[in-house]
Design a protein around this ligand. Sequence first.
Ligand code: GDP
Ligand code: MG
Length: 163
Amino acid sequence: MRPTVAIVGRPNVGKSTLFNRLVGKRLALVDDTPGVTRDRRMGDARLGDLEFAIVDTAGLEEAEADSLSARMRAQTEEAIRSADVVLFLTDSRVGLTPLDHHFAELVRRSGRPVILVANKSEGRVGGAGAYEAYELGFGDPVPLSAEHGEGLSDLYDALMPYC
Ligand code: GDP
Ligand code: MG
């Protein structure tokens, strides 16, 4: 059966950009404003000969009391629950932030299998930030550039066991 893959990570790491690349249509809203994706979006994704359902999630914000953030958090948790595997994205240019660890804990608690993706790893600048992602304890990061389409063959290799 076709697996469901959820893209999870803090706002602005490039989740919607990756979603759009894998779905091949501009279905998800990409914006520089963190957390602009308010709702989960599902699409039919294809990577080489792999086919899977993919879920783009909103970011989980730190302001716990805010009702919208609570809703966004609930949607992220639901996406994780429904996923066969989670693509956990980090931003190699910015490096890890406390919010990355917050999200990682949420995914860790779910017990779902995780593929760690160090996004924004195009060119040389990605190297150090990608290495830093090891700290999350999700194994080897897959260096990727969702925007430039680099690293997709490594992502293919990581996803293949689930498809
Ligand atoms: P989301 O909040 O996690 O959904 O992030 P978005 O997909 O909306 O992207 C946030 C910003 O990061 C946008 O300005 C994207 O163009 C940019 N971005 C996404 N992927 C990459 C990448 O691989 N490299 C670089 N340099 N920027 C990227
Ligand atoms: Mg988004």
